[in-house]
Design a protein around this ligand. Structure first.
Ligand code: C2E
Ligand code: CA
Ligand code: CA
Ligand code: CA
Length: 275
């Protein structure tokens, strides 16, 4: 690793630091983070392949603890989930993302949809739909400007209850997508009944798309399946032009990934949404 530059080394050290944070310290830190306003949403563009236009922005949570480096969700969401802290944190995310959508629109920027990730715990809250309705009303965000991403595994854990919740949200006019599609076990019977608009192909399949015939076959199958069911498909984790070309040839609808843009703070995203 000698050839790695100083920046790379710092990045690695910061990441290790976050990982080895003592659990209790982490939990205490997370409890205080909301009051101290230490959370921040980054946004990653979702691009329509046919036009090259940005049609959505996925909100991705970051934590800026005092005096520390940015902590990625993989390092704190599991503990937030275990402790239940994810519920108030998730509520903050939803409110912040909806308010941001309205702010972009009111600033005359592209009127894109904002996509928010829902955790397992949040999705199981009985009053989720009421919360979403309340946040939409408070912020002035239109339901069709909000997309909720729920992972395949969370939905398939209790598919009957999930279908009812998805239906309630869908009736409100909110867009729904299944995240990390292909990593769980969706039954086609259920998939047909879910009132969703979009499947997000997990980035693990996109990563090896060009070299791994199995992954390529899965991606093609998911795109075909989605289109047969009248759903749109977004591929995540697109990093190279080769992947982009392949996905275009397969008529994938949207893409998201470093090839187009990394997740960025809201202030930097505004430039992408200009004109
Ligand atoms: P996800 O929903 O699958 O989000 C996509 C992740 O892939 C993000 O990681 C994003 O930064 C990363 N990514 C995007 N494009 C590329 C690419 O081209 N290459 C690679 N290697 N990675 C790419 P991030 O931001 O670290 O988030 C990780 C996970 O944390 C998310 O996975 C999501 O499950 C969860 N998460 C993030 N924000 C929230 C939130 O507000 N609430 C909840 N409940 N979960 C969140
Ligand atoms: Ca997601
Ligand atoms: Ca995903
Ligand atoms: Ca593989």
């Amino acid at each position: 690793a000698k050839e790695l530059g100083r920046g790379n080394f710092q990045f690695y050290a910061e990441e290790m630091n976050a990982r080895t944070l003592d659990r209790l310290k982490l939990e205490g830190g997370l409890r205080r983070a909301l009051q101290r306003d230490e959370f921040e949403l980054y946004y990653q563009s979702q691009v329509e392949l046919s036009s090259g236009r940005i049609v959505g922005m996925e909100a991705l949570l970051r934590w800026n603890p005092p005096g520390g480096a940015v902590v990625l969700p993989g390092d704190f969401i599991p503990i937030a989930e275990e402790t239940g802290l994810i519920v108030p944190i998730g509520e903050w995310v939803l409110r912040q993302a909806c308010a941001q959508q309205v702010a972009w629109r009111e600033a005359g920027l592209r009127d894109v949809r904002v996509a928010v990730n829902l955790s397992a715990r949040q999705f199981k809250q009985q009053d989720l739909a009421r919360l979403v309705a309340q946040v939409l009303a408070e912020t002035g965000c239109r339901p069709q400007s909000l997309e909720l991403e729920i992972t395949e595994s969370v939905i398939m854990e209790r598919p009957e209850q999930a279908t009812a919740m998805l239906q309630t949200l869908s009736d409100m006019g909110v867009h729904l997508s299944i995240d990390d599609f292909g990593t769980g076990y969706s039954s086609l019977t259920y998939l047909k009944r879910f009132p969703i608009q979009t499947l997000k192909i997990d980035r693990s399949f996109v990563a090896d798309l060009i070299n791994d015939a199995d992954d390529a076959a899965i991606v093609c199958a998911v795109i075909a399946l989605a289109h047969t069911m009248g759903l749109s498909v977004i591929a995540e984790g697109v990093e190279t032009e080769a992947q982009l070309d392949y996905l275009r040839a397969q008529h994938c609808d949207q893409l998201q990934g470093y090839y187009f843009s990394r997740p960025l703070p809201a202030a930097q995203v505004a430039a992408l949404l200009a004109a």
